[in-house]
Ligand binder design. Structure first.
Ligand code: AHG
Ligand code: MN
Ligand code: MN
Length: 342
C-alpha cells in the first residue's frame, strides 16, 4: 500500500526555509537557531550567486587592489592574492550574518582574526566558519565556484572570548554545507540528519528541496587530485596512484573544491589533496574547507580522513590551520589509506 503522507511531502514544493522549520518541529527542544542562521546564509549566497553570474558584466573579475575592502594591497591571510569577488563575497556574508543574534563569531578565509559579534552571556552560541568564494581562480573562465560554511556550537563555558573559545575543544559541528555556483546554483546542507540538496529557483528567488538524504556510492573508480604535483606527494600517495593507473580508474579534477566534492558526493570516487614537499601540512584549510566537507561526506555515508585519522576528530589549533584531505566513497578512501599505511 502506498503511504499517502510520503507522497504529499515529496510532491510538494519545499523551500529551504520551510524545510528547516519542519526539521526543527521534530526536535521539541529546538530553539529556531538554525532557521535564523540559515536564512542569513541563504540570503548571502543568493546575493553572491547573482554577483558571480554578473561578474564579467560588472567587471569584478580579477585581482583586488586592497583599498576599502582589501587588506595589505589585496593579499589575504594565506599570503594569496585576493580576487575582487573574494572580497565582495566576504563582505556580503558578514553583512547577512552580522545581525543574527545567536552568532558569537565569524571566521573567514579572508580575514586574519575572527569577527567577534557577541559574548556567550549576550546570547552568542555559535561560530560560523566560511570560505566566501572557493575556487575563485576559476571565476575568470566561468568554471563553477562555491561558498563553504560550517556552524559550530561553542562550548558552554563562561569567561572565554575570541579565538580561544572557538578553538576550545574538539569541534562539534552543528551544521555544514556549501553552495555551488555552477550551471545551476545548488546548496548541499546537513544539520546532522543526512544531506539534503536544494536548487536555487531563480524565477521565484528561493532554494527549493530537490533531493533528501543523499547517499554517496560506496565505490567508484574516479580519483580527483592535482596529479601534476605527483613528484611532491608522499610515497604512499604515489604508489596508490600507480595502483589506480593499473586498475581502470578515471580522473576528474576541476580545481574548485566545491565542484570536485559535489561530483564526488553525487557520483562517488575520491578527492585527495595530500601534503606535498613544499606544503607539509597540505593546502586546504581545516575550519572552513576540510571540516564542513568532512561532515557532509560522512553524513552521506562516505569517509573523510587526513590520512592519519578522521578529519572531524581533529582539535583545531589555529584559525587558518591547513590539513591534508582524503574524502569520498568509503571503499575508495580505504584504498588510499591502505597505501599510506603500507
Ligand atoms: P580558494 O579559491 O578558496 O583559495 O580555494 C582553492 C582551493 C580549492 O578550491 C581547490 O581544491 C584547490 O585550491 C586547488 O588547488 P591547486 O590549484 O593547488 O590544485
Ligand atoms: Mn577554498
Ligand atoms: Mn576562497
Amino acid at each position: 500500500m502506498t503511504d499517502q503522507s510520503t507522497i504529499w511531502t515529496e510532491d510538494n514544493l519545499m523551500s529551504l526555509q520551510s524545510h528547516i522549520l519542519a526539521e526543527e518541529r521534530h526536535h521539541p527542544s529546538a530553539t529556531g537557531d538554525f532557521s535564523w542562521i540559515l536564512s542569513g546564509i541563504s540570503l548571502a549566497t543568493k546575493s553572491i550567486a547573482s554577483k558571480v553570474r554578473r561578474a564579467r558584466i560588472e567587471d569584478v573579475i580579477g585581482e583586488s587592489a586592497g583599498g576599502p575592502f582589501g587588506e595589505n594591497g589585496g593579499i589575504n591571510v594565506q599570503g594569496e592574492q585576493q580576487l575582487k569577488l573574494d572580497v565582495i563575497a566576504n563582505e556580503v556574508i558578514k553583512a547577512c550574518l552580522g545581525t543574527r543574534a545567536n552568532i558569537a563569531a565569524l571566521v573567514s578565509e579572508e580575514e586574519q582574526e575572527p569577527t567577534i559579534l557577541r559574548s556567550r552571556e549576550s546570547g552568542g552560541r555559535y561560530a560560523v566558519f566560511f570560505d566566501p568564494l572557493d575556487g575563485s581562480s576559476n571565476l575568470d573562465v566561468s568554471v563553477g565556484v562555491g561558498t563553504i560554511f560550517g556552524i559550530v556550537r561553542l562550548p558552554d563555558t563562561r569567561g572565554i572570548s575570541g579565538t580561544e573559545a572557538i578553538l576550545h575543544e574538539r569541534a562539534t559541528m552543528a551544521a555544514a554545507g556549501y553552495v555551488l555556483y555552477g550551471s545551476s546554483t545548488v546548496m548541499m546542507l546537513t544539520t546532522g540528519n543526512g544531506v539534503d540538496m536544494f536548487v536555487l529557483d531563480q524565477s521565484i528567488g528561493a532554494y527549493v528541496l530537490v533531493k533528501r538524504k543523499i547517499k554517496m556510492p560506496a565505490t567508484k573508480k574516479i580519483y580527483s587530485i592535482n596529479e601534476a604535483y605527483a613528484n611532491r606527494f608522499p610515497a604512499g600517495i604515489r604508489t596508490w596512484l600507480d595502483w589506480a593507473h593499473n586498475n581502470d580508474y578515471s580522473s576528474r579534477y576541476i580545481g574548485s573544491m566545491v565542484a570536485d566534492v559535489h561530483r564526488t558526493l553525487l557520483k562517488g570516487g575520491v578527492f585527495v589533496y595530500p601534503e606535498t614537499n613544499d606544503r607539509p601540512e597540505g593546502k586546504l584549510r581545516l575550519l572552513y574547507e576540510a571540516m564542513p566537507m568532512a561532515m557532509l561526506v560522512e553524513q552521506a555515508g562516505g569517509t573523510a580522513s587526513t590520512g592519519r585519522g578522521r578529519i572531524l576528530d581533529l582539535r583545531p589549533e589555529a584559525l587558518h590551520q591547513r590539513v591534508p584531505v582524503i574524502l569520498g566513497s568509503a571503499d575508495e578512501v580505504s584504498h588510499v589509506q591502505r597505501y599510506i599505511d603500507a
